[in-house]
Design a protein around this ligand. Structure first.
Ligand code: NAD
Length: 479
């Protein structure tokens, strides 16, 4: 079993707290590592280190900072199997998907490194003669990245890479549920000799360490990926110092299937999206609206495809589609929500309970529900499991209205072969992303940003990198 320390000011150090958190392999329920349950003091030490290091870091040429990012990408590629196995073990992500996460993370570092030569300011016309207004892009200072457990390694890069290339220093707070891959990465990159204090991590709970990192007056920006509840807490803690926040929060993604869609493509994409990582993905289909003329036919297709889903240990070699859920808390929550939906009148078409196939672990069956309506919790709240409630619609505008009747606004999708319909829907759907004839997975050069309660600001691409910059205008007169 592994034991990890904190990483502060270029050193692996013991926490000032003696408390620890045990990390489990969700498939076997065995303890696989022990991490510090850090203190407020740990958090403040890390912020101080990052604050002092930033003074020199921001003065490096951007391309010099970028070289560290390219080296981080190389380290990830050199250790891709080890990192994928670490990820699969700590969160029951099937190896094929774990490998994708590791590979995309390496690309993410390289992609952000390439911005070093492209960050540009502006020259603005002055109202005075012999004067130029130079608009510069400047780093904010210390960036705090608070991570979820579902894509912990990729989301670490989403915080670390854009903040470092733009001249910020960074403190990462991993999730206590799945921290190991991030912590192993910090050990692997020790040899890169990143200047002390530029990158740090502090393990610990959200209410203690996450809160202290956010409240510290030296913190310049806090970027969270997590639940709406944690986002609200971070906004509260950031308010006294007017600290910038960037929030990527939960979703309740609608999928709309029109009668003129390629039904085979739609059914497969929606089932894949629902079972990938056991439905624990912020942008996978959380509710489905099917045009009434094809409803029964489409339900049969969904049943057939869900019935073929292979559920196995994350390391199984027969290419499983999904594995255990991440924790007992998560499977309990899904179980409670489905049981409550049944009480509210939902009908179980498939699944509807834990999987009895395994002695250990937190496995839940792929589940289809009908007879649901918009007053039910299962249609309104994020389930974050392999559970799909389905409703009928008669016109596209009715489907769009139902899709928009939601407090989340992260992602949405529509399946139709009619260009006018998909364009109309894309403009009307109140979500930061709309996928046409496909499901989930955003591009690293796109912009992943939730509307409504799904977030504030966003990540990826040029706009995601600019979250970590502030502007300054220099008024320059000459004679
Ligand atoms: P969570 O909110 O429980 O935890 C996320 C992080 O926030 C953890 O590191 C946690 O310790 C920290 N945290 C909790 N309370 C805090 C506080 N008071 N102050 C500071 N930090 C605090 O979320 P989770 O269960 O790890 O992840 C699942 C959630 O994340 C889902 O809602 C999912 O939709 C969302 N998510 C969103 C995206 C996106 O891009 N929008 C991506 C992945 C996951």
């Amino acid at each position: 079993m592994k034991e990890f320390n904190q990483f502060i000011n270029g050193q692996f150090v013991k926490s000032t707290s003696t408390k620890v958190t045990k990390v489990l392999n969700p498939c076997t329920e065995e303890v696989i590592s022990i991490i510090p349950e850090g203190s407020v003091e740990d958090a403040n030490l890390a912020i101080d280190a990052a604050y002092h290091a930033q003074k020199q870091w921001r003065r490096l040429a951007a391309i010099e900072r970028a070289r560290y990012l390219n080296q981080m990408a190389d380290v990830i590629r050199d250790n891709r199997v080890f990192l994928a196995e670490t990820l699969a073990a700590e969160q029951a992500k099937v190896m094929s998907l774990a490998q994708v996460e590791i590979d995309v993370t390496a690309e993410y570092f390289d992609y952000n490194a390439a911005w070093a030569r492209r960050i540009e300011g502006e020259i603005i016309q002055s109202d005075n003669r012999k004067e130029h207004l130079f608009l510069h892009k400047a780093p904010i200072g210390v960036a705090v990245g608070v991570l979820p457990w579902n894509f912990p390694f990729f989301v670490m890069a989403r915080k670390l890479a854009p903040s470092l290339v733009t001249g910020n220093t960074c403190v990462i707070k991993p999730s206590c549920v799945a921290p190991n891959t991030v912590l192993e990465f910090f050990k692997l990159i020790e040899k890169l000799n990143v200047p002390a204090g530029v990158i740090n991590y502090v393990c610990g709970t959200g209410p203690v360490v996450g809160n202290a990192l956010t409240k510290n007056p030296r913190t310049g920006i806090v970027s969270l990926t997590g639940s709406v509840f944690a986002g609200q807490k971070i906004m509260e803690a950031a308010a006294p110092n007017i600290t910038k926040v960037s929030l990527e929060l939960g979703g309740k993604a609608p999928a709309i299937v029109c009668a003129d869609a390629d039904l085979e493509l739609a059914a497969q994409a929606i089932v894949n999206s629902k079972v990938i990582f056991s439905g624990q993905v912020c942008n996978c289909a959380e509710r489905l609206y099917v045009e009434e003329s094809i409803h029964d036919q489409f339900m049969d297709m969904l049943k057939e495809k869900m019935g073929a889903v292979k559920v196995e240990d994350a390391f199984a070699t027969n290419n499983p589609d999904m594995s255990s859920m991440v924790s007992s808390d998560q499977v309990n929550k899904v179980e409670e929500m489905v049981n409550f939906a049944k009480k509210e009148g939902a009908e179980i078409v498939m699944g509807g309970s834990r999987s009895s196939q395994f002695d250990k672990g937190y496995f839940y069956q792929p589940t289809l529900l009908t007879n649901v309506n918009h007053n039910m919790q299962i249609i309104k709240e994020e389930v974050f499991g392999p559970v799909l409630p389905v409703m009928k619609f008669s016109t596209l505008d009715e489907a769009i209205e139902l899709a928009n009747d939601c407090e989340y606004g992260l992602t949405s999708s529509i399946f139709s072969e009619n260009y006018n319909k998909v364009m109309h829907a894309s403009m009307e759907l109140e979500f930061g992303e709309t996928y046409i004839n496909r499901q989930h997975f955003e591009a690293i050069q796109g912009f992943h940003a939730g509307w409504k309660k799904s977030g504030l600001g966003g990540a990826d691409g040029k706009h995601g990198m600019e979250e970590y910059l502030q502007t300054k205008v220099v008024y320059s007169q000459y004679r």
